[in-house]
Design a protein around this ligand. Structure first.
Ligand code: HEC
Length: 143
């Protein structure tokens, strides 16, 4: 009875090694295919680009009253001009859109083409990769 214990343990270690090997291989394959590692790098790039927004936008809803712009927590999928208590311009309120990834891409390309004076002095990210990274980061802000 006692003699079978080490065997069981050895079997468990063996199984653990197989699991570790296969998950390691899966992670490698996912990264090569633009998986979790690439996604993480993109969010990190977006976080750095957010320096262009951080003076005016909070990424958390609490305490965002100190900022000149509305908070952007959970902005992807949020209706435009919907942060309660923020004094939006009449132009932004009249847009009647939801900030989908496509609409955010439009804003990030040229914010002043969406609403005149929007997010000045930020004039847009000309590179599509930068806009994609920015949106990836914004998706990580909690609602
Ligand atoms: C100088 C301040 C300033 C900067 C810099 C700025 N914004 Fe803004 N942003 C504003 C203001 C103010 C508004 C509200 C405008 C209105 O009511 O017309 C706004 C509105 C927005 C909205 C619409 C939010 C809503 O609730 O409908 C989004 C999205 C946005 N900004 C994203 C960004 C991003 C992303 C950046 C950086 C790349 C950025 N802004 C840079 C001031 C700024």
């Amino acid at each position: 009875m006692f003699r079978s214990r080490p065997l069981i343990r050895a079997a468990a270690i063996g199984l653990g090694a197989v699991v570790a090997l296969s998950t390691g291989a899966a992670a490698g394959a996912a990264a090569r295919a633009g998986g979790p590692e690439a996604a993480k790098a993109e969010v990190e790039a977006g976080r750095k680009l957010f320096i262009r927004c951080a003076a005016c936008h909070a990424t958390r809803s609490e305490g965002s009253g100190f900022f000149a712009g509305p908070h952007l927590a959970g902005v992807v999928g949020r209706p435009a001009a919907s942060v309660a208590g923020f004094a939006y311009s009449a132009e932004l309120k009249a847009l009647g859109i939801t900030w989908t990834e496509a609409e955010l891409d439009r804003l990030l390309t040229a914010p002043q083409s969406v609403v005149p004076g929007l997010c000045l002095p930020f004039t847009g990210f000309p590179k599509a990769a930068d806009r994609k990274a920015m949106i990836a980061y914004l998706k990580f802000t909690a609602p």
